[in-house]
Write a protein that binds this ligand. Sequence first.
Ligand SMILES: Nc1nc2nc(S)n(CCO)c2c(=O)[nH]1
Length: 159
Amino acid sequence: SGKEVTAYIGIGSNIGDRAALLNASIELLSKKEGIEVTSVSSFYNTAPVGYLEQPDFLNAVVEIKTVLSADELLQICGLIEKVLKRERLIHWGPRTIDLDILLYGNQIINKENLNIPHPRMHERTFVLEPLNEINPSAIHPVFNKTVCELYEAITQDDR
Ligand SMILES: Nc1nc2nc(S)n(CCO)c2c(=O)[nH]1
């Protein structure tokens, strides 16, 4: 395990007991060796982006300090999604629970299975609003802007 890194994970659910699923994924993250959950945003009810014919999402962002690599963190997120989906009695659509790595320190990672910063996070109110709540000063290493600046940029457009 390497040096400790501050990372931000976006969590979303729009099927089933959304709050319970968000809480369960945060719980599973915090139990992992090498991960310390240091901040959790409020839960936001958000209109679906992309495919619109689906229920509203409940979204949050979690701040962690971790010694895991970005790849290891990706594996953990995939595991948590699988565990929570598998526990469902009825098979639902693909959005029971989603964990997306948004930021991993100031690192820029572009691999076919892992892009960090998340390539759409700067366009997404459902990511920037909770992220701005817990750390408005976090820096996006591609745009070299703070989360607060990114959030203001997309909320200004809506004005
Ligand atoms: N509001 C909202 N819309 C979304 N569309 C997709 S796909 N997702 C899944 C995350 O990529 C979401 C989401 O979490 N929230």
